[in-house]
Structures are given as C-alpha cells and as structure tokens.
Design a protein around this ligand. Structure first.
Ligand SMILES: O=C[C@H](O)[C@H](O)COP(=O)(O)O
Ligand SMILES: C=C(OP(=O)(O)O)C(=O)O
Ligand SMILES: [Mn+2]
Length: 462
C-alpha cells in the first residue's frame, strides 16, 4: 500500500457525491446482473450506512496506481492481478489472506526477474464479493432456487432463506473488505514482503522434484539475489511493497454508496477498491456499468471475450477514456486458448491505430472453463498456459506490449484446476474443491505459471 496522501485543509466546502447528479445517471439505464433486494427498508438503511462510512481506499493511492498502470501501458512495468473468483465472508481468515498475499508476492518476484521490470501487485481481494451468473436459478434434485451471486448478495447454502437477496450483506462486504485490507496493509508494510523471505519461500517450490524443469531459472534468480546482497542492496527498503485492491464493480448500489469526492481535486473516486473492472457480461456500451464507471477517476478495467469486436473496443475507449490517458483503461482479454491467436490481433491493431494507450492484460481463466467428467467446473492448466502463450505471441508479432496477467488463484492447496507438473486429477476434486464459483489455480500451480510466464517474458515473446 502506498503512504497516505498529504492533503491540505480545504478552503471551500467540499462537495458531496450528491452534488454530482451524473453519478446517478446509471439509474435510468439498463443495469444487468443486479440483485433484486427483498426488503426495501433494509436496502435503504444499508445504503445510508455505507454512504456514511469511511472510504476503504484513498484517492491519493488510486492516483499512484493510475501512474503505475500508465508505466505498464508504456511497456515499463507489468501487472500481476490475482485472487479468488469469489471471496467469501467465511474465507476472510488471517491464514487464507496471508497465503494468497504470499503467493502473489512469490509470483511477483519470479515475474520481476523474468520481465526485468517492476511488477505491479494487485489482489482480486478486499471487495470481490459479487458474481454475475449465466443463469438466474440453480436446480438441485428437482428444487429450484435463485443462483448464488456472491456473499455481497446472498448465501451459498442451498436454502430459500440463504439464497434471498439481502441488502445488509453489502454492509458486511464493506466490513470484511476493511479487515482484509487492514491485514494486507500490515503484511505488505511490516516485513512479510522482505525479498529474502519471499525468495526463501520460492526455494520450497523448487524442493518438489516435479519442478526440476524450472531449476535453471530458479538458480539465476538465486544468483541475482546474492549479487544484490554482495553489492550492498538495502534489503530493509525492499521489505515494504505497494499492493493494490481490485474487484469487479458489479453491484452498483454498493459502488455508488462508496463513491466519495476527493478533497484535493473535487472529483469523484470509487473508494471500494483501487482498481475496478467491468465484466464481460456487463460491458454494454449504453448500459449502467459503463456509464457509472465513466464518471469515477479510478483506473478502470474492461473484460473482453471472444465476441468483442474492434468497434466495441473503440467505443469503450471513447466512453471510458475520452482523454486517452495512459493508466486509465485496461483491457483484460479472456478469449480462450483456441480463440486468442485468431481474435486478439484485430483488436490490438485497431486500438493501437486509434492512438489510445490502453494496457493489455490477459485473463487466461474465463475463456477456458470446462466441466470435468465427474461434474466439476474446471480448467486445464495447459489451456490456461496456452492462452498466455498466445497472448505473448500476438503482442510480439504486432510490436505491442503484453502488459499483465489476471488470474483466479489461491495460496491454499486446493484441487480445482486440472494438471500442472505435480498434476491435479479429477479425483482430487472430491476432497479439495473449495471454490464457490470458478476454479482457481492452487499455490503450486500459481507459482508454476509465474515460472512459465517469467521464461516467456525473459525471451520477450512466447
Ligand atoms: O466468474 C465469472 C462468472 O461469475 C462465472 O464464470 C459465471 O459462472 P456460471 O456460468 O456458473 O454462472
Ligand atoms: C466474472 C468474471 O469474469 P468475466 O467477466 O470475464 O466473465 C470474473 O473475473 O470472475
Ligand atoms: Mn470467475
């Protein structure tokens, strides 16, 4: 986390978000994938409570992130964004949060070496509590109930009470985000991010004989750390790292209630997370999500699936980044391994020709979801890696910069995605499948991906 911004005392009254009528323009537009809250009194009270609570992140930090992402858009940094598909209230424990942060830091060290560039570390954390779904309902044994939409909206338990859309859950999502962020800030500022410690953890990954193919890269990193030490590098200064929070800005009641006017600039900022993205299912050009996010100063992401045209991308730029400000807009492509080499080039070419400087990031998870023969939602590690390779190949052939990686991952030893060098098979799902939505790379698979991507970055191509 960055230090708090220094603010000067305002000489004029600070406007409130209510003074920006445009922030409510989305209410007149189509907002897909929204909850249907069951109790309007609870809804009113929850929104009022959220509107009065302190911001979770600060405008100054958001501005720092925009600068970091601008560097990535210009090929001078690489973004690593990772975390659960869906965070849960129950899963917000110290152990699970620390394992996820630790895994992201481990991946970042390997990627920093591979890219020879700063890696921007960002969690799908402290706010990733709402999910768009393909179907409104779920049927089990002949009983149909509303689909699970994330802990911010309803519960995963398959009962009518749990699946009702309860607006007070937004307040719990806020508090769970606050405690998660508190721990992340403590970890990343308090010594947990020490490069020597993170490097030591990565040696644990190498201790598994299944990972022997990464030995030469691991040895190079080891030598680099020793070289830094011998040169007298200030490792104490490397104990603190910037770490940013991000989530899909799906539930607009929540996002709007957490929008604040920055006292320095007088501009609206979403304060539920540093980076907010619009999902593949909610990116309609004239829809509520695009309108609302066009009005906040945060860096914004948009997911682009295989059905996205270059025109869609250009119109999104026009709405979300009319000033063509590097760092403002990130396109997170999630094409699927079998589509990326065919679909991505036209998008990148036309966007580049338009003069926009967006950041291109690959999400190799969401276009590669399959059902395992024994009925679990899963992804093959090889498909995930193949999409990353395709992403690098396309950017290499066009002379553009492959600026980041967006992954669903955890620090725990779960079994949700198939394969990897120490392979997970579908039988392991019976005991170790924990995700309440999409399958995540486990700790080892996440590190293996970092080694593979670092190898590709070191070669500046696939
Ligand atoms: O995380 C993304 C979506 O919420 C998820 O892929 C939707 O899954 P579904 O098709 O099971 O609804
Ligand atoms: C919903 C998600 O992805 P997409 O919008 O790409 O389907 C997600 O990132 O969990
Ligand atoms: Mn997902």
């Amino acid at each position: 986390m960055t230090d708090l911004p220094v603010t000067t005392a305002p000489t004029e009254p600070i406007p409130s978000a209510a003074d920006y009528p445009g922030l409510d323009a989305w209410r007149g537009l189509t907002a897909v994938q929204q909850p249907t809250w069951t109790d309007s009194a609870v809804y009113q009270a929850s929104v009022a409570e959220l509107s009065a609570l302190p911001p979770l992140v600060f405008a100054g930090e958001v501005d720092v992130l925009r600068e970091r992402l601008a560097a990535a858009a210009q090929g001078k940094a690489f973004l690593l964004q990772g975390g659960d598909c869906a965070e849960t209230f129950e899963g917000a424990t110290a152990d699970k949060i620390s394992a996820r942060v630790r895994t992201i830091l481990q991946m970042a060290v390997v990627l920093t070496y591979g890219a020879s560039l700063p890696v921007i570390k960002m969690g799908r954390m402290a706010g990733q509590f709402a999910k768009p779904r393909s179907s409104n309902d779920e049927t089990r044994n002949g009983v149909t109930l509303p689909a699970y939409r994330g802990d911010m909206v309803n519960g995963f338990d398959f009962t009518p009470e749990s699946r009702a859309h309860d607006a007070s859950r937004m307040v719990r999502a806020y508090h769970t985000s606050a405690s998660t962020l508190n721990l992340i800030r403590a970890f990343t500022q308090g010594g947990f991010a020490d490069l020597r410690l993170v490097h030591h953890w990565n040696k644990g990954f190498m201790a598994n004989p299944a990972h022997s193919r990464y030995e030469s890269l691991a040895r190079e990193i080891d030598r680099a750390v020793k070289f830094m030490d011998a040169c007298g590098a200030d490792f104490d200064a490397l104990k603190r790292v910037e770490f940013f929070a991000s989530h899909e800005a799906l539930v607009l009641d929540y996002e709007r209630a957490l929008t604040r006017i920055d006292s320095r600039t007088g501009l609206p900022y979403g304060t539920s997370g540093h980076f907010l993205w619009i999902g593949e299912r909610t990116r309609q050009l004239d829809g509520a999500h695009v309108d609302f996010l066009s009005r906040v100063r945060n860096p914004i992401g948009v997911k682009l699936g295989p059905g996205s045209s270059a025109d869609d991308a250009l119109r999104l730029i026009e709405k979300l980044d009319p000033e063509r400000e590097p760092g403002r807009l990130t396109f997170i492509t999630r094409m699927g391994a079998k589509n990326i080499r065919e679909k991505l080039p036209a998008l990148v070419e036309k966007v580049t020709a338009s003069g926009a400087q967006v950041l291109w990031v690959t999400d190799p998870m969401h276009g590669n979801t399959v059902t395992s023969p024994n009925g679990y939602k899963t992804r093959n590690f090889d498909d995930v890696i193949d999409e990353v390779r395709g992403f690098f190949e396309v950017h290499k052939s066009l002379g553009t910069f492959p600026g980041g990686l967006h992954v669903e991952m955890t620090g725990d030893d779960v079994a949700e995605c198939l394969g990897g060098s120490d392979p997970i098979d579908q039988e392991a799902f019976l005991d170790r499948y924990e995700s309440v939505c999409d399958p995540r790379l486990n700790h080892m698979q996440s590190l293996e991906m970092a080694f593979l991507v670092a190898g590709a970055l070191a070669k500046k191509g696939a």
